[in-house]
Design a protein around this ligand. Sequence first.
Ligand SMILES: NC(=O)c1ccc[n+]([C@@H]2O[C@H](COP(=O)([O-])OP(=O)(O)OC[C@H]3O[C@@H](n4cnc5c(N)ncnc54)[C@H](OP(=O)(O)O)[C@@H]3O)[C@@H](O)[C@H]2O)c1
Length: 302
Amino acid sequence: MPPPTFLIIGATGTQGSAVVSALLRTAGASPIQILAVTRNPSSTKAKSLAASDPRVKLLSGDPSSPEALFQSAAVQINGIFCVTVHGPPGAEEKQAQSLVDASLAHGVQHFVFTSADRGGDVLSESNPTPVAHIASKHRIETYIKQKTAGTPLRWTFLRPVTFMDNLTPDFAGKGFAAMWRQVGTKPIQLVAARDIGYFGAVALLQPEKYAGRRIGIAGDELSYEQACCVFRETMGVEMPSTFCAVGSVLKVAMRDIGAMFAWFEKAGYGVDIAAARKQNPDLQDFATWLKESSGFRDMGKK
Ligand SMILES: NC(=O)c1ccc[n+]([C@@H]2O[C@H](COP(=O)([O-])OP(=O)(O)OC[C@H]3O[C@@H](n4cnc5c(N)ncnc54)[C@H](OP(=O)(O)O)[C@@H]3O)[C@@H](O)[C@H]2O)c1
């Protein structure tokens, strides 16, 4: 019997690579096969993914042409991890919908879609939010529910909040910090990509337990000032940031990101962090992420 086979979209990216790592960790010695989708198998990230474990095989192709992916996979795929990337209006919906349709046509049993929290478990069902890239995920969830009803294809929705991993030591990370600073005293919820990986992996490995579930994922909730204190305490240096004006420019240049930060100020996420931690006691808070997983982990350690 062939091992359970999982197709991971965005495998070289933040969430997909975390799912691959968590699958390898969680499956232990169990035989599994991971088909890691990339448009560029010769990239450094793709090569290091392929070298990480013999159970990982690169699948070259574009996620927006899923039929071609199924043809080159040439094996029965049991579960799919689907991430969508931002694009023009309707692009995210197109990416996910064509993958759902192809999954139905090819007898996939479980579709794990990484979405976004929209104010907690209950509100997320009915609240698209005014943020375009979050609203598109609400529409994708609706499509998945409608399209798979009465079919053997089951689904799990992961609903993460803002990634701690946005805080990088480079200019992009400083820009993120500047936008966070402008939210003021209101805390925002944060999650480590590593922990999205955990939930993606356990959902794929245990479809009978996770099918039909929506999982809000957050590991901490901090205002900018609180985050600065945690950073100082943990790393012994100041959290890198830049001028608020840079945050303002970024929010104008990236209108949807601007809308998201405005939503953080007025409403924002509502994940039950204690409930998420009950499901995964290893969920990282900001300090743990800084020490164990962040790009800052080797600097200024106490
Ligand atoms: N950042 C946050 O705080 C946050 C919070 C909640 C939800 N989200 C959501 O997370 C999603 C992005 O996930 P991610 O950060 O894991 O993705 P990512 O790392 O940006 O990208 C994943 C992979 O997709 C491929 N890719 C990039 N651009 C593409 C394009 N235009 N067309 C096709 N493939 C492309 C790349 O792989 P190859 O080059 O190898 O093909 C990349 O490694 C977004 O929908 C966002 O809304 C983000």
